[in-house]
Each structure stands twice: as C-alpha cells, then as structure tokens.
Ligand binder design. Structure first.
Ligand code: DX5
Ligand code: ZN
Length: 222
C-alpha cells in the first residue's frame, strides 16, 4: 500500500488567514492541501476558485494541491485550475457529460485526474476508465459542507475499491473525504484508504493562540 497522505480540507480553515493556516498544517506534517470548490449549483454552497489556488502558490505553497471540484459543468474550469497550480483535479462523474473526455482533459493539462463518488453513487463509472484515473475519492458525507458525520457504509465501499485498485495493478490513490477524525482514521485506513481528507477534524480542534496548534492533531492521525 502507498504511504498515507494527510490532506487537510481548507474549507474549515480561517479564510482571512489562509496562507498562514496552510503553512501551519504543512509544517505540522500534513502532506497535501485539499481544496474544495463548490458552485451553489451542483452542491448547495459556494466557496473558492482558481484565483485562491493561484494565491496559495504565490504565497509559496509547494505541497501538492488537491482540487475537489463540486461544480457543474466541469470542463471549462479545468484549464484555469491547471494554470493556477493544481496538482490533482477530481470531479463527480454525474457533473460531467463525458467522463472519459474530462479525465483526459485533466491529464492533458498536466494534472493528476480523479473521480469522486458520493455515498449513493455506484462504482460502475470506473468500469472503463481505470487506466485514466490517478485518484479515486470516496465521499463519506454528502458533499457541500464540512463538519458532517462519517457515513459508515463508506467503509465497505472503500474495501471494494481497494480490491479493484489492487487487482488492476494501476498506481491509483484511494482518498476518503467527510467526517474523518483522529478517532476513526484507523478503521478507515484498515478498510483500504491511503489518502485522508479532514477539515473540521484538523482545523476545528485548534486554539488560535498556539503557534503549533496543528502538531498534535496531525500527529494523532499518523
Ligand atoms: C465536503 C467536502 C469536504 C469537507 C470535509 O463536501 O468535500 O472536503 O471539507 O470536512 P470534514 O472533514 O469536516 O467532514
Ligand atoms: Zn472535499
């Protein structure tokens, strides 16, 4: 299994001090930055776009940026995110008219491509595109908001996808997103995930006054 990656979701960070927040979680040992893009159309919330991704790069963030697109349509925003410094770009197959084309577009733009599965979305979208996928992201909440509870059926789904990946022989990361905390990360890892998004589980725990406020929570997740 690949080395585990911790991916703080900046959705729960203090947006007024975003650069500092990202610097602090990376200094505390986080591996990649999970960047939630919501459009008030595919999901009922509105967040951040390519300008903020670019701003993080200009601020000096060199860690991979994992852009989770919860937008519809998908394709027209992909080149903008690639230009803004995205490393991974994942999207929900229901939000794309042509899933194979969108996956190819992401790779053609020089990024790693991924598909995201909502709790009730079947895995059949994977049947013909495994060779075009660098990451599979399983949602363990319904997308749109941070701070929701982990939906337990995601554990069986993780095991199913772990088997699909291992049988395929492709180098594909298996990411989990939603309700991941220090106290459930072990069972989520045991089910097969290797990349762990956590928003409120990391940013929600901190005391603002402590300069090393994320060290212990990320340490507990390892
Ligand atoms: C939800 C987002 C998540 C969210 C996770 O739609 O995709 O990345 O920020 O937040 P927590 O970890 O608080 O469930
Ligand atoms: Zn996300």
């Amino acid at each position: 299994m690949a080395i585990d990656l911790i991916a703080p979701s900046i959705l729960s960070a203090d947006f007024a001090r975003l650069g500092e927040e990202v610097d602090n979680v990376l200094a505390a040992g986080a591996d990649i930055v999970h960047f939630d893009v919501m459009d008030n159309h595919y999901v009922p919330n509105l967040t951040i776009g390519p300008l903020v991704c670019e701003a993080l790069r200009k601020h000096g963030v060199t860690a991979p940026i994992d852009v989770h697109l919860m937008v519809k349509p998908v394709d027209r925003i992909i080149p903008d995110f690639a230009a803004a410094g995205a490393s991974y770009i994942t999207f929900h197959p229901e939000a794309s008219e042509h899933v194979d084309r969108t996956l190819q577009l992401i790779r053609n733009e020089g990024c790693k491509a991924g598909l995201v599965f909502n709790p009730a979305t079947p895995l059949t979208y994977l049947d013909y595109v495994l060779d075009k996928v660098d990451m599979i992201l399983l949602m363990s909440v319904n997308p749109g908001f941070g701070g929701q509870s982990f939906i337990p059926s995601a554990l069986d789904k993780l095991s199913e996808v772990r088997e699909i990946i291992d049988d395929s022989g492709f180098d594909i990361r298996l990411e989990i997103d939603g309700g991941v905390k220090a106290d459930n990360i072990a069972e989520i890892k045991a089910a097969g995930a290797d990349t762990f998004v956590s928003g409120s589980g990391i940013f929600g725990k901190a005391k603002d006054s402590d300069p090393h406020r994320y060290d212990s929570i990320i340490g507990q997740m390892r």
